[in-house]
Design a protein around this ligand. Structure first.
Ligand code: MTE
Length: 310
């Protein structure tokens, strides 16, 4: 089955002419074997138009092609290999879907997904995405600011943290039939992090409905943190007074901290965090503090020892 959506446009229609000519010139100059290789790579590397306002992007950041964004995933509910989620999540049912918002709020509620989303203006935002495994992408997300739904629930003055929980359904999620993780997958943020205008709840990528493997119908995106914070297929958002348990921290607390801020100066025991491999690129890139969002978020962590609070 083709991995591209049915209404995909042909690459020749979406490649701006100047870029197209540049590439032809480059191919001509490269010559021989290199040119053949580039031609093959070029045929698969074109992306769909990526709608959205760029946030924290560097001049050489380009949206990662659709096939990589939707084919190279971590979603252990559907298998541990990067190709498993796409292969195993296609039949996953994301409607009807209910999101519970509860805990220390004045207005707890069980929302049908449509009602949960309706009051908010949908936005397209292009963010950098950095996994603790030292690979990265640039993803054009569609969704709503997390602060929107938190404000609606009216957090009580006691609320200090927000916990996110993924659906528990071993019938649909084959990975949950073995104890790789203490299911359901949970993640957490401090309330001020969750209220930050960059924290986002995604419902789509590339202007389309979120594919199941990316965490449909609703997943968290916190662009200055490692990817594992991005809890997928969320059914519950709970405000708490104490720091919630998080799935990876429970498995290996020395490897995965609660904060999980992208930090090139603090290595993971198995992966250096100083550099990263952008999916689709050959040479490594230097990893940026807070994944390039330091100007916006560094003040959240003033006075904290980020080597201890990793
Ligand atoms: N959420 C759930 N429920 N289960 C998971 O296994 N993996 C996390 C995160 N959210 C995961 C999850 C990890 S390790 C990463 S890197 C990101 O999802 C990957 O998101 P992506 O597939 O959209 O790139």
């Amino acid at each position: 089955m083709s991995s591209r959506p049915k209404d995909d446009v042909r690459s020749s229609e979406i490649t701006p002419e100047a870029h197209y000519l540049d590439r032809r010139r480059f191919l001509a100059a490269a010559g021989g074997f290199g040119a053949a290789l580039l031609a093959v790579r070029g045929a698969t590397a074109d992306t769909l138009p990526a709608p959205g306002k760029p946030y924290g992007l560097q001049p050489d950041d380009k949206p990662t092609p659709w096939d990589d964004v939707t084919g190279y995933n971590n979603f252990y509910e559907f298998g541990t290999d990067k190709a498993d989620p796409k292969a195993n999540a296609q039949a996953f049912r994301t409607r009807p879907w209910t999101v519970k918002v509860d805990g220390l709020v004045a207005k707890p509620a069980d929302y049908a997904l449509e009602d949960f989303l309706k009051p908010s203006a949908v936005e397209d935002r292009i963010y950098r995405h950095r996994c603790v495994e030292a690979w990265s992408m640039v993803v054009p997300w569609r969704g709503i600011p997390l602060a929107d739904v938190l404000k609606r629930a009216q957090p009580s003055p006691k609320a200090k943290y927000v916990e996110f929980t993924t659906l528990l359904d071993p019938k649909q999620m084959p990975g949950q039939r073995s104890r790789t993780i203490d299911w359901p997958y949970t993640e957490g943020l401090r309330l001020d992090e969750a209220m930050h205008p960059l924290a986002f709840l995604a419902t789509g990528v590339y202007g389309r409905t979120l594919p199941n493997q990316n965490g449909a119908p609703l997943r968290l995106v916190v662009p200055w943190k490692y990817g594992f914070k991005g809890c997928k297929s969320i059914v519950r958002i709970r405000l708490t007074e104490t720091q919630p348990k998080t799935a990876w921290n429970q498995i290996a607390s020395n490897e995965y901290g609660f904060y999980a801020n992208v930090n090139p100066g603090v290595d993971h025991p198995r992966w250096s965090q100083a550099s990263e491999r952008r999916i689709g690129e050959f040479l490594k890139r230097k990893t940026l503090m807070f994944n390039g969002y330091a100007d916006q978020v560094a003040s959240l962590y003033q006075g904290m020892d980020l080597a201890k609070n990793y």
